[in-house]
Design a protein around this ligand. Structure first.
Ligand code: MLT
Ligand code: MN
Length: 309
């Protein structure tokens, strides 16, 4: 199984377009210790020819151009991209779907809640329903992904709920937003091979580590995990925002209730942060926070990172 990190940054990317925070300035100045990153998404393939995107970021066009495995290979219209699996309806995870128009056969997987969001917004009909089948994911039910022609791929996903909230842009419609609800708004994916052996977990958004989640992850070979903020009040302290990580539905890396501490006893073999916000000092290769995370056994993903299992 091959995994390519197409984008490692959180919504807005690194640097975010309107961000003049020192982190973002360093990325803009081509500082080699502050590598730019596009918005979070990975591509996964069993055979190296047929790929599935896990989330479709607004930077998808650039990500396709930068990853030759995703380039058309045959005839006048072709794509190695066979489908997209969505973990929520956040802008940074669905806006890229609009790049996939032009009557290309695809399979689109998401929970009913997320598919309903797409259904309720007719702009997503640019994914011509004649060519793009939308397939509901049921929580905790393993599903083998299929090519658009129905052929099984050997790539099995087990969708499961993790604490999270409804997408930011849908908050108005959902008064009294629950910040760490466990339901169909935010899911994680356990990825297995055709023999049902666990290969890795994909969890770009998670509000807290529950006992259930810890039990699932214990001893896992590889976990990609929510790396949005270093500390919960980071954006407030740095004067670039008014929200805590918790308010955004993200647990932070540091602190007693942070992800680094939460994973400490889980014996996960390879731990990789993804969905990293433009303000997070872990993005800087020369920061103390990066040293701390590295010492705790974490890797910080970057665009183009490839993991072969
Ligand atoms: C998030 O991860 O919290 C969202 O992507 C925020 C956003 O929509 O900007
Ligand atoms: Mn996001």
């Amino acid at each position: 199984m091959r995994i390519k990190v197409l984008g490692a940054a959180a919504g807005g990317g690194y640097p975010q377009w309107n961000c003049n925070h020192p982190n973002s300035r360093r990325a803009r100045s081509s500082d080699p210790a502050a590598q730019q990153r596009t918005q979070s998404s990975i591509a996964v393939s069993v055979d190296g020819d047929h790929w599935f995107l896990f989330n479709a970021s607004p930077d998808l066009r650039q990500q396709i151009n930068e990853n030759d495995v995703l380039h058309p290979r045959e005839g006048l219209r072709h794509s190695p991209i066979q489908g997209v699996v969505l973990t929520n309806a956040d802008v940074d995870h669905i806006a890229g779907l609009l790049n996939l128009r032009e009557s290309q056969p695809l399979r689109l997987y998401g929970t009913n809640k997320v598919l309903d969001v797409l259904q309720g917004n007719s702009v997503f009909n640019v994914l011509n329903p004649k060519f793009v089948e939308r397939i509901p994911l049921s929580l905790d039910v393993p599903l083998q992904l299929q090519l658009p022609n129905g052929v099984a791929t050997g790539l099995v996903v087990v969708p499961f709920a993790v604490p999270g909230k409804v997408a930011l842009w849908l908050e108005e419609k959902n008064k009294d937003v629950a910040l760490a609800a466990v339901g169909e708004d935010t899911i994680a994916l356990e990825i297995r091979n055709a023999n049902q052996e666990i290969q890795f977990f994909y969890i770009p958004g998670c509000a807290e580590m529950t006992d259930d989640l810890a039990d699932r992850l214990r001893g896992a070979p590889l976990v990609f995990f929510d790396g949005t903020l270093w500390r919960d009040d980071e954006m407030i302290r740095d004067d670039v925002g008014i929200k805590t990580g918790k308010r955004m539905g993200h647990m932070s890396m540091s602190g007693d209730d942070g992800s680094i501490a939460a994973f400490d006893s889980l014996r996960v073999k390879r731990k990789v942060f993804i969905h990293i916000n433009t303000t997070n000092p872990v993005l800087l290769e020369d920061s103390d926070q990066r040293k701390f995370a590295t010492k705790a056994g974490w890797e910080v993903s970057y665009d183009g990172m490839e993991i072969n299992l």
